[in-house]
Every structure is written in structure tokens, then in C-alpha cells.
Design a protein around this ligand. Structure first.
Ligand code: ZN
Ligand code: ZN
Length: 336
């Protein structure tokens, strides 16, 4: 799963028409915004730890962190990824907005850009056109050996945010641009980011009834939570294209990684996802825990999700059986 912290909310046609290699002012602006979005949460972590060292800490702030992380990570997995990018179920306009708003608070970019980058990832997965492959750079392979693996990992995890192209995404999301609810969420991205920082600050203040509580709520439930969710999301891009199992022989290097799956609300069943990208369900076996799918089913039970797409069981079994006869890639690491 992709994603960046790009906050530019439009895919400008004039910018898209320029050669891919040319760095535009929009590219430079995006790099600065992404740099801030990567560094500021780190500063927040240092500040929160320093205050905790001085005994300015309350367990209630970790509960706020957990609640905000669950809501915003769910906004990414259920809203940005399975609903908007892959259209694996449908939902009323207010639910589409609410899910995209929750995803926006994760500060991984406005929904159109996120979905565009992720569709590009599926379209060019682990080839030169992939925005964040640990196996292929825009110029070809990362090379051989442990340092090449490290470079590929870093690029897929976070480095691509500073190298990527800010243009050419419009062609991937024409359907999303027609959606008024998602267009509103896309436009409101900066406000939603502020809301994602303000809500935990208010909660921290109300719980402890102090200004220090406001600050600690902002740090733990805002910045530290953003850092945590960033690295979990980025691990799907990096770890899940390097290490794990491959029950399905797909044309890319995607892998199922149980640890990432547990942390990412089910997104770590990434080989399953590349094999059946339109499926709302990523954990395809009973033991493949997939809380995001459980939530989608719950939405369905109360009438807020329809047309929930899952692959036919016989098709899954047949594809898994056929994959056993396909040899594994030569190396799980980085290479040609
Ligand atoms: Zn996907
Ligand atoms: Zn992938």
C-alpha cells in the first residue's frame, strides 16, 4: 500500500503535461511539505519523551493515542484504500466523506493523491513505474547485496516521498473526481489535518483539566500517533514487498507478512491483496486476521456498506493451487 504525505490537493493538467523528469515548482513544494510531515512528528516524539522523563505523563494520553491511531489508520485502510482506491464496496455519501476525513487525519496526503499513487503502484508494481518499489528504482534495479537491499527498503519506506513525481496522477482517478463527497474531503484536507491535531489536544485537556493535558494530548494523540501510523502504513510498501510468504504467484514481489498485518488492521496480507486487488477482504483464510474487513462487514450489517466484493472461494483455492507450481523469485531482496 502506498502512500505519501503529499498535501497538494489538485492534479494540475498543465503540470502533468511536462516531461516526467523535469522538477517543477509543485515538486519542490511537495518535497518541503513531505519533509515537514516526516520531521515534525519526530520532533513531537522527542518532546513527548522528554516531558515523560520529567514526569509529565499520564496513561490517559496513551488511550487517546490508541483511539486516534485506530480511527485514522482505519480511515486509511477502509476509507482511502479499500473504498476509494479499489472501490471494493460502496457506501452513502456521508460515510464516504467520514471515512476519507478519518484517513486525511493520518496526514498521508489528500485522498485523490493517495489513491492516484496507489493505483499507479498496482499498475506498475515492482517495475520502473512503481512509485515505491524496494526492487526497482526509476532507473532500473537498486543493485545487488545488503546495501542495495537497504537502499531499496529506505526508498520504499520513506525515501520515495522526496523523489517521487507530483504529476501524472489525474489519469488514474477520473472516477474519484466525479464523486462530490470525496472531492469535498480532498478539498478539506488541510482543515482535516488540523482537526486531527486539535481533537486529541482537546481530549487531553478535558481528561486532565489542565493546559499541560492539552499539550500532552497534542503530542501523544497528535504527533506521536501520526508517526506511528506513518511507519505502519509505510511498512506495507517496504516490508510487504520484501519479506513474507507468497501463497499466490503474482507478477510482482508482494508478500504476506503476519506482523505487519496485525499492526496495520489487516493490510499486511499484501500478496493476497495483489492477487485479488478488488476484494474488500485481504485476510483470505480464517486465521488471517483482518479487522478492516470485519469493520466493513459491520458497516454492511447496519446498512452503511453495500456491494462488498470478495473473491469466489473456488477461485481463491484454484489460484493458490496453481501458484504452488510456480517457482519462487530468485531472491526476496533487491535485485534486477
Ligand atoms: Zn491496493
Ligand atoms: Zn504493493
Amino acid at each position: 500500500m502506498t502512500q505519501a504525505i503529499q498535501s497538494t490537493t489538485s492534479c494540475d493538467a498543465e503540470i502533468e503535461a511536462r516531461p516526467a523528469r523535469e522538477r517543477t515548482p509543485a515538486d519542490r513544494k511537495l518535497r518541503v511539505i513531505n519533509l515537514c510531515a516526516v520531521v515534525v512528528p519526530l520532533i513531537g516524539l522527542v518532546a513527548a519523551m522528554t516531558l515523560a522523563w520529567g514526569r509529565w505523563f499520564d496513561w490517559s494520553h496513551l488511550i487517546v493515542l490508541w483511539a486516534m491511531a485506530t480511527v485514522t489508520a482505519g480511515g486509511i485502510t477502509v476509507g482511502y484504500h479499500r473504498l476509494c482506491t479499489h472501490r471494493s464496496f460502496s457506501a452513502p455519501a456521508w460515510v464516504r466523506y467520514a471515512l476519507a476525513a478519518a484517513g486525511s487525519m493520518a496526514v498521508q496526503g489528500a485522498v485523490f493523491r493517495w489513491a492516484g499513487e496507489h493505483r499507479r503502484h498496482h499498475h506498475h508494481s515492482d517495475t520502473e513505474g512503481d512509485p515505491h518499489s524496494p526492487h526497482k528504482s526509476a532507473d532500473g534495479s537498486w543493485g545487488e547485496g545488503i546495501f542495495a537491499t537497504a537502499r531499496g527498503f529506505f526508498h520504499a519506506h520513506v525515501g520515495w516521498l522526496f523523489r517521487g513525481r507530483s504529476r501524472g496522477l489525474g489519469k488514474y482517478i477520473p472516477d474519484l473526481k466525479q464523486d462530490r463527497a470525496l472531492s469535498a474531503a480532498n478539498r478539506h484536507f488541510p482543515l482535516l489535518v488540523l482537526a486531527g491535531l486539535g481533537i486529541p489536544a482537546v481530549l487531553g485537556g478535558v481528561i486532565t483539566w489542565s493546559w499541560m493535558g492539552v499539550l500532552l494530548g497534542f503530542l501523544w494523540g497528535g504527533l506521536v500517533r501520526i508517526l506511528l501510523v506513518h511507519h505502519i502504513t509505510w511498512s506495507v510498501n517496504s516490508v510487504c514487498h520484501l519479506w513474507g510468504t507468497r501463497p499466490f504467484a503474482v507478477r510482482d514481489e508482494s508478500r504476506n507478512n503476519p506482523l505487519v498485518a496485525v499492526l496495520s488492521l489487516g493490510e499486511g496480507w499484501h500478496n493476497n491483496h495483489h492477487a485479488f486487488p478488488a476484494s474488500a477482504r485481504h485476510g483470505l483464510r480464517w486465521w488471517e486476521l483482518d479487522p478492516s474487513y470485519v469493520f466493513i462487514r459491520l458497516l454492511g450489517v447496519v446498512g452503511l456498506a453495500r456491494d462488498i466484493r470478495t473473491p469466489d472461494r473456488a477461485r481463491v483455492i484454484a489460484k493458490r493451487a496453481a501458484s504452488r507450481h510456480v517457482p519462487e523469485p530468485a531472491s526476496p531482496g533487491v535485485g534486477g
